[in-house]
Design a protein around this ligand. Sequence first.
Ligand SMILES: Cc1cc2nc3c(=O)[nH]c(=O)nc-3n(C[C@H](O)[C@H](O)[C@H](O)COP(=O)(O)O)c2cc1C
Length: 252
Amino acid sequence: MNDASKTIALLNNRVSVRSYKNTPVPEELIDQVLKAAFRAPTSSNIQTYSVIIVQDPVLRKQLAAVAGGQPHVEKAPVFLAFCADLTRLEYALAKNGHTLVDNNLEVGLVASIDAALVGMSTYLAAGSVGLKGVMIGALRNDAVATARILGLPSQVYCVFGMCLGFPDEVPPQKPRMDYSTMVHYERFGALRDNRDTGTSLDDYDAALEAHYKNIGVPTTPDSWTHDMDSKFSPQLREGLREQLKQQGFDFR
Ligand SMILES: Cc1cc2nc3c(=O)[nH]c(=O)nc-3n(C[C@H](O)[C@H](O)[C@H](O)COP(=O)(O)O)c2cc1C
């Protein structure tokens, strides 16, 4: 086997980490990581993201409450909020007599993708200097409350947060679905080994069940399909569309 690049090795070993040493993370290291992450590609050079570094324990406590009481949101040495931010784009349009008020799905989507690309780049750059962590989508449990806590103006919303720190645990990796069922050739459905998607999901249910059993987390024999159904068959975050509209994102 050839030696994988350091980046490939980092990704191959990646796992979400939710417990951190108390060791403080130097501010310059975070700046270095974020500056590298800001080299991520950005649609039409639009740069519609902002990152908020949140250290204030009071704000952290409030964010943790929005996130359903996740302790790592309060305790992680570093907490970053990755925001879709249309304010600079609005400036460019306003200068030319236009506005983004009543913006459509494309603008909201592009800004959210921008924030996600910068978020993943941050996660990867942080990982390369020994900082591990977890993304926090649960801040969208109440997008307006999160905006209030972070002082976000109209046309900015928090897409997700991120806890980072030097790791105090090495969690076993959660298995992923089989590579051959995720990669298609030329057209969708043309899989290399012609495996039926349903069958491979049965295999994945079994692999995930074994993983959860191994770490003592209760599960069912149809682990993944069961969890996904319980989580996504009720409409998740029903109020989100209206909350994002309040924040100046129409998504229409
Ligand atoms: C956008 C996004 C939001 C997430 N939100 C949360 C979260 O709120 N809390 C949490 O503990 N993990 C969160 N995660 C982590 C996922 O649960 C985790 O990546 C997934 O279960 C796979 O596990 P792994 O990262 O260890 O491979 C989030 C991940 C992503 C990409």
